[in-house]
Design a protein around this ligand. Structure first.
Ligand code: ADP
Ligand code: MG
Length: 344
């Protein structure tokens, strides 16, 4: 039998490959694999179900990740997927595997962070599993949520001329990661060094302690808007836009000059001699929402500071254009996070 290296497929192709023969046996399962969460029809509303894993050395480096933040983030990244379906999370269960290198106090810190997230988002931690690991720390969280049948939003509903909206600003979490990696190297070279990171507080928080956009889901409800499609930005804007286009079988045009980028993010990009647009397009772990709305809803979001219109959906699925500030047309490509890529 031939042996295929994981790197030959990449994360998304691997998921497609492994799940190509999955069959659904319950007629209440209205969405299985392929969106931010699964969707299971109940009598009154729809139950949403999702899982995310955080692995030491892959998703976080224990040298610079405060454990309380890590616990907080492990919950938030899951809630983000529930909000991306236009729903509200209600429950989480948490699995941890930990090596003997960790202490009880360390795990207590992780749980403090988890409980803080539960309190903030008013969700219940109702179970989990605990085991040892041969090396390192693994956190697996499963989140449950609900959404009414008339408000559920998939990746697949975008239609030509819909406006593409993004919340908050982009590239900050990646900027924070670069700063942490740089300071780690400085520290390794000189363990006596005490870096002053206060000037980077915003982007460090974006990386270490992100928030999920409950406020936006509430606002959409308040303003009587149902997005035509939605996804959360965990792998980078370009990758997520392409997911929406592929699921909806549509194309896109977005405008570089519209991309929302915080000044601190832009300053760091320049320091690293990287175009801030690259941060915004490919930086992962933003946990912002990317969604499309009908043009008739534009007036309702026009004045909202936290929502930026960055482009629109087009008929032709093979059109995935970024119009640069200087007017050039560049084809969008997904270069976001991929756990199986060789360069990670
Ligand atoms: P997200 O970035 O929103 O968490 P992913 O890209 O991780 O979504 O996953 C895409 C889809 O594939 C989701 O529906 C997810 O549940 C599913 N999926 C991912 N890994 C697996 C797996 N090992 N087995 C089955 N389904 C999976
Ligand atoms: Mg998602």
């Amino acid at each position: 039998m031939s042996k295929t290296p994981l790197s030959s497929l990449g994360e998304f192709k691997l998921i497609d490959h492994l799940t190509r023969n999955v069959k659904l046996y319950n007629n209440r399962t209205i969405k299985g694999i392929g969106d931010d969460t699964a969707a299971i029809e109940g009598d009154n509303d729809i139950t949403l179900l999702t899982k995310d894993l955080l692995i030491e050395g892959v998703h976080f480096n224990i040298m610079y990740t405060p454990l309380k933040h890590l616990g907080y983030k492990s919950i938030v990244v899951n809630l983000s997927d529930i909000y991306a379906m236009n729903g509200h999370p209600t429950h989480v269960i948490a699995g941890i595997a930990v090596s003997s290198r960790y202490t009880v106090e360390a795990l207590e810190e992780i749980y403090e962070g988890m409980m803080l997230a539960c309190e903030k988002y008013k969700i219940d931690l109702v179970g989990g599993d605990t085991t040892s690991s041969a090396s390192g720390l693994f956190i697996s969280v499963t989140a449950l949520g609900k959404v009414s049948k008339d408000r559920i939003t998939y990746r697949s509903g975008a239609r030509p001329n819909d406006l593409i909206c993004v919340t908050g600003n982009l590239g900050g979490a990646y900027a924070g990661l670069l700063i942490l990696e740089r300071e780690k190297e400085v520290f390794k070279a000189n363990p006596q060094s005490q870096p002053d990171l206060s000037q980077f507080a915003y982007v460090l928080e974006r990386q270490l302690k992100p928030e999920a956009r409950k406020d936006i889901v509430d606002l959409l409800m308040e303003k009587n808007i149902i997005p035509t499609s939605m996804i959360d930005i965990s792998d980078g804007l370009a990758s997520e836009i392409l997911h929406i286009c592929k699921s909806s079988n549509r194309g896109t045009v977005i405008y570089e000059e519209k991309l929302p980028i915080d000044v601190q993010t832009a300053t760091i990009a320049h320091e690293f001699k990287i175009d801030p647009t690259t941060f915004a397009l490919n930086g992962g772990e933003e946990y912002e929402l990317l969604f499309t709305i009908d043009q008739k809803d534009y007036d309702k979001i026009k004045g909202v500071e936290e929502i930026t219109v960055i482009g629109h959906i087009t008929e032709n699925p093979s059109q995935t254009d970024l119009i640069s500030t200087s007017g050039n047309v560049i084809t969008l490509r997904a270069q976001g996070w991929d756990s199986f890529r060789k360069d990670n």
